[in-house]
Write a protein that binds this ligand. Structure first.
Ligand code: UT7
Length: 331
């Protein structure tokens, strides 16, 4: 019997309607379009508005979009993984709610959190379950309502993040397509440089934490930037070497959209043609767990069966990695 690999067979997405432009931010904090574009590549981002709407709201929309496009019976889904750094709430599983709402009532589900690497690590988990033949339809959704933890008076963070969700379906493949190899890493000594200090178990929310704004994202941008550039390029180079790939064998680089300069540095390290670098940060900013599946959605019409894609990400923790992947279908 031929080997089973884990391929992506369908995509879906959800983008909130509300657009926050650099011009809007100029009215809110001491910044300007030129600084934001030259330092990050971001022109606008989407913000989820409305009460009682969390990451599940967007995850459900992205899941339903995939289900409709793939003409899938949601009852056939075995597992729903919601990759998110902004779950709806503490304790109650966001994925459980999402799975029920999209009609995946025969599935089990769980949240997966590893900051901006959540979706990449979720790809690894989905791949292992498929390759083990334990489950055959796994819905992996990246969804983050980053605006829920951003201080819109802090110019160091509010210009970067946006809200979005996007979904992929993993299924078994007998042609050797899908996930080929992975290098995944973490280093906990990096957690002081990118975090939301309060609201978790180490510093529960209180009047004092609220007054100090400790429920907002804190980032030491320069330190995170240096670590992101070094580590993303490092694992990307290593995964190419380990698989005897050169820049000519790579069809696409799908890198976490945190900063255009980090993505370009990774591409430069492997001397990749800029036309092979997927980029949509200018439209959405950093959407944390949604960046990689949003790239696939935006580039789906250009992807061809057999294309080699290198996924790469870096995020809080620190956490990072690269996945060597072969695309399984023509749009
Ligand atoms: O997705 C998870 C992982 N996260 C990342 O990968 C993000 C990594 N970091 C970055 O992308 C960049 O560090 C930032 C975009 C956050 C910042 O860019 P930078 O080039 O590292 O700027 P900086 O923090 O070194 O600041 C340079 C200057 C400072 O002024 P001085 O001290 O040189 O006078 C800042 O105060 O720019 C100033 N600055 C701003 N100016 C205008 C910081 N933010 C802004 C702003 N508008 N929004």
């Amino acid at each position: 019997m031929s080997k089973i690999t884990a391929a992506i067979t369908a995509l879906g997405k959800y983008l909130p309607e509300n657009v926050l432009t650099n011009a809007d931010l100029e009215e809110m904090v001491d910044t300007n379009d030129e600084w934001i574009v030259s330092r990050t590549g971001i022109k606008e981002r989407r913000i989820l508005k409305g009460s009682n709407k969390g990451s599940s709201f967007m995850a459900i929309k992205a899941g339903n979009d995939l289900i409709a496009k793939a003409n899938l019976d949601p009852k056939e889904i075995d597992l729903v993984i919601v990759a998110t750094a902004t779950p709806d709430m503490q304790a109650a599983s966001t994925a459980a709610y999402v799975a029920t709402q999209i009609g995946a009532t025969d599935a089990f589900s769980f949240d997966l959190e590893s900051a901006c690497s959540s979706f990449l690590f979720g790809m690894s988990v989905a791949t292992s379950y498929i390759e083990s033949k334990k489950y055959s339809k796994i819905l992996l959704i990246g969804s983050d309502k980053n605006s829920s933890m951003i201080d819109y008076t802090d110019r160091a963070t509010c210009i970067i993040f946006g809200d979005a969700a996007a979904a992929v379906l993993f299924e078994p493949n007998t042609e050797g397509l899908g996930t080929q190899d992975e290098i995944l890493k973490t280093n906990g000594s990096g957690r002081e440089f990118l975090q939301v200090p309060a609201g978790g178990s180490i510093l529960p929310a209180s009047k004092e934490t609220l007054e100090k704004g400790q429920h907002f994202v804190y980032q030491d941008g320069r330190t995170v930037f240096k670590n992101a550039v070094f580590n993303m390029a490092d694992v990307t180079t290593k995964i190419l070497e380990r698989n005897n790939l050169t820049k000519d064998n790579v069809t696409w680089l799908a890198a976490h959209q945190a900063n255009k300069r980090i993505i370009e540095a990774t591409a430069n390290r492997i001397e990749l043609d800029p036309n092979k670098v997927m980029m949509n940060i200018h439209k959405y900013g950093n959407t944390t767990s949604a960046t990689l599946p949003l790239l696939l959605n935006d580039y789906e019409s250009q992807l061809k069966k057999g294309d080699t894609i290198i996924f790469a990400a870096f995020g809080g923790g620190f956490s990072w990695g690269a996945i060597y992947f072969k695309w399984a279908y023509n749009a």
